[in-house]
Design a protein around this ligand. Sequence first.
Ligand SMILES: [Zn+2]
Length: 427
Amino acid sequence: MPTLAHKIRLHPTPDQIQYFKQAAGTTRMVWNWALDAWNQQGVAGQHPNAYALKKQFNAIKYQQFPWLHTIHRDAHSQPFADLGEAWRRFLTGQNDRPVFKKKAKRPRVSISPMTSSRSGRRPCGSPKSVGSVRITEPLRFSGKILGARVTRRADQGFIAIQVAVSQSDYHRPRTENGQKGADVGVKTFVTLSTGEKIDGPKALRKALRRIKMRQRAITRKLEAAKGQIGLPQNAPIPQGTHLPVSHNRAKATLRVGNSHLRVANLRQDFLHKTSSRLCRENQAIGIETLSVEGMLMNHHLAQAIADQGFGQFFTILQYQADRYGTQLITADRWFPSSKPCSTSGCGYLNKDLTLKDREWTCPSCEITHDRDINAARNLHRLATATALPVATRSATDATGFGDPAHDRESDFDGKITPVRDEARPAG
Ligand SMILES: [Zn+2]
């Protein structure tokens, strides 16, 4: 059964906040205990596993850490499962090696499936010691609740609830069965093969400016704190020095945290809306997988990319494509989306195209191309050729890009990876 998660803002009481802080601290302590034990057993040539470690911990926990009695069991049992999963992902190359957790900026704590009310703006059930916590909206999905996690960002608390939903609730009907190419870029966030350009929200820019402004307030408070202990303003802080934290500095830090949260929310909202629209309207989308890491090395592009969250976009797009049954045809970064002329039947290859050229005129068919739209059209052609049930030797051949009559470059063969084999009919 597919799972969906719904993240809901919490309005805990001060006592509940205190409890969640302690529970998150417990989770961190237990994770670090388990990771340390895991590492030691690994060095000793044993084969550590999460289940055995948990048994070991349970045997000693109330003697060694008597205060665990006041924290719900979920907070000290989940870290073992998480650690096991983290190692599994590390061993299969999906993650970095698990590391010790520091006092977190974004603490989280697990809660097992809840038994109380799931609908309406009524309290959500949680461990006995916490009681009911007010939530800001009803749970969106119906089905079996698998688990939940409470997290904090800036001064806001959230609960993410995982629900097992039926196939019919998981899949969403498409409104159209179009086929489009989508060029993701720095200048314009997404350019479609229809010529439409979708830009990131303007509010995002404004919010980013506000972060810079608020960041300066912290710097001023930091300089004042340095002054208090007799350090010059621009001197580096010697290691191990604890600067006095004034109330105003704490407030300034919280303001920056809230601004970051707002930016994250604006971006998420935009990415979700854009990707769900694309998938709702199309049965096939041709899109290029950018090498985001490679582009981040280029400092001019770095800020713009970080602003736009390309990595997040592809993740969300995949998820939406799965729900709408939309076929994503991803061309890898060697696929020549920009250089070939997109006029049908032309296929001229503009070898001299550079990143700076926003527009160019094809000498063969004499049509002037907008760089992004041209790329989107080439991706559209790829999508059409791949998505159509035509017996072709490979998708690249079907696009005509591999035609030996045209000037061929060594990087001319794009590898095509269809994400889903068949588009689901709308309905
Ligand atoms: Zn042309």
